[in-house]
Design a protein around this ligand. Structure first.
Ligand SMILES: O=P(O)(O)OC[C@H]1O[C@H](O)[C@H](O)[C@@H](O)[C@@H]1O
Length: 462
């Protein structure tokens, strides 16, 4: 079965990746079936392990009790707050951004009524000295709160952000507010492991929530890392987990050929290995899902880019990237697989006035709605890509709400784990990024030595 809907609020269809649909660049059924067959033992292992409390990053979607602890910590932080600044990078930010986006974060005019009464949210996931300093200078120390997320507690960017904000509070004579204005989320203390963020916050009396040590950052969206941001934006955290839970329920009962994440993993890996498809594009057609693609980029890249294997994930957004990247997808090297996420855009926006459309000489738009145009575009682009022989996977979603986003997030996490199995790589850990961190530490130490050797002021301070 190549198309599937089941109880889910999305419909997953990879027929646009098959040779019978797109010609020679598509997959033969046999190539796909071989991978699906190879996934059966992995699915059995996943089921068994989940039943025994393994794969916490997935199984957490079946739990609820921690949501109230998270909510209580957030309510305490929000007392008197107008702005929430979220510090953290990679997996400590992208899941939260994906959820916040669903609630209209950074989308003009798309604030849910519930979110309007909540503090505004700012994510600082990239370290840039100018943005950080300018950003802090614009904030009000009385009404700004900081949520600092780092699994390890040792990520230099996040620590620098936290230190800068603490310093800024102290300079504003608000040092006494620090235990109320900050909240940390980091792994519990472990014997023999340094956790600078935890050490700092405990020393300052700043409360900390525990990051589950069994859950890696890029797989943490269903844990308190994602849920705290969902709650901060007024989203229904339980519904997000429900969506994830439903994917796990399907995992329990379905064979690989019927389980959408298995079909997705088999398709992506077969296209990569047999057809040289090296780029994996995710292109949602909704602003509210745009950050799903960014979150997915880290998930796929860090999980699978190992031992000379993996494919390159690419985030796109429709329709805007039709005017930017589509030419390449249609007509460039045939090495892209494009996943289109197509919401069923409701028809509740106003029709275009005929007189104005006619005045513009755009009669075809008279009486048409924006939702109709975008619906036509997302269908047309999929068909055009297929006609050009490019592999297209289509995920149609009824409504981009919490449950649907939960489906999509869990689908992509399970799919990535299964793709790792097919590629023969361990999807967890990211050993490749360590060398860059080690060299950064060395260069920072070397620049410190240079400064002390050359600067009288520094010499005096030592
Ligand atoms: O949550 P943290 O420990 O601060 O880690 C934040 C991020 O930094 C690291 O460099 C990893 O490559 C990412 O996988 C991780 O999500």
């Amino acid at each position: 079965m190549r198309e599937m809907a089941g109880t889910m609020t999305f419909h997953h269809d990879i027929t646009g990746c098959l040779d019978e649909r797109i010609g020679a660049r598509g997959l033969a059924h046999a190539a796909l079936d071989a991978r699906l067959h190879a996934l059966e033992p992995k699915l059995a292992e996943l089921r068994e392990s989940l039943g025994q409390g393994g794969y916490r990053m997935l199984g957490i979607a079946r739990e609820n009790q921690d949501i109230e602890t998270t909510r209580a910590a957030l309510e305490r932080l929000f007392d008197g707050a107008k702005t929430l600044v979220v510090f953290g990078t990679g997996g400590s930010s992208l899941g939260g951004q994906t959820l916040a986006r669903l609630a209209g974060w950074c989308i003009p005019g798309d604030q849910r009524p519930a979110a309007n009464t909540l503090p505004r949210v700012r994510f600082y996931d990239n370290l840039d000295p100018l943005s950080l300093q300018h950003g802090l200078n614009l904030l009000d120390p009385e009404t700004t709160r900081f949520l600092v997320i780092s699994k390890s507690g040792g990520t230099a960017e996040t620590l620098m952000q936290a230190l800068s904000a603490l310093d800024w509070m102290r300079r504003a004579d608000m040092g006494h507010m620090i235990p109320r204005a900050f909240l940390g989320l980091s792994e519990p203390a472990r014997e023999g492991t340094k956790n600078p963020l935890r050490q700092l916050f405990e020393g300052l009396g700043v409360p900390l929530l525990d990051h589950d040590p069994e859950i890696g950052g890029r797989f943490s969206v269903f844990s308190n890392v994602g849920m705290i941001v969902a709650l901060a934006r007024g989203l229904d955290a339980h519904a997000i987990r429900d969506g994830g839970r439903q994917v796990l329920d399907e995992l329990e009962s379905q064979s690989a050929a019927d389980f959408a994440p298995a079909v997705g993993a088999a398709t992506a890996v077969a296209l990569a290995e047999d057809k040289g498809v090296r780029v994996n594009v995710m292109m949602p057609y909704a602003d509210r899902l745009s950050h799903l693609a960014r979150w997915y980029v880290q998930l796929w890249a860090e999980s699978l880019g190992k031992d000379g294997k993996g494919t390159t994930p690419l985030a796109a957004l429709g329709p805007v990237d039709q005017h930017s990247q589509l030419q390449l997808f249609m007509d460039g090297p045939p090495d892209h697989m494009i996943t289109l996420i197509r919401p069923a855009h409701g028809r509740d926006d106003p029709p275009m006035p005929a007189d104005l459309a006619e005045m513009a000489g755009a009669e075809n738009l008279a009486g048409r709605r924006v939702s109709e145009l975008v619906s036509a575009q997302q269908q047309a682009i999929g068909d055009a890509l297929m006609q050009a022989g490019r592999p297209v996977r289509v995920i149609d979603v009824d409504n981009p709400d919490e449950t649907t986003l939960g489906h999509l997030l869990m689908h992509m996490m399970v799919e990535t784990i299964l793709a790792g199995h097919l590629l023969g790589v361990d999807p967890f850990g990211q050993p490749g990024v360590e060398l860059g961190k080690k060299l950064t530490r060395e260069y920072l130490a070397a620049s410190d030595e240079r400064d002390s050797a050359h600067s009288p002021a520094r010499r005096g301070a030592d």
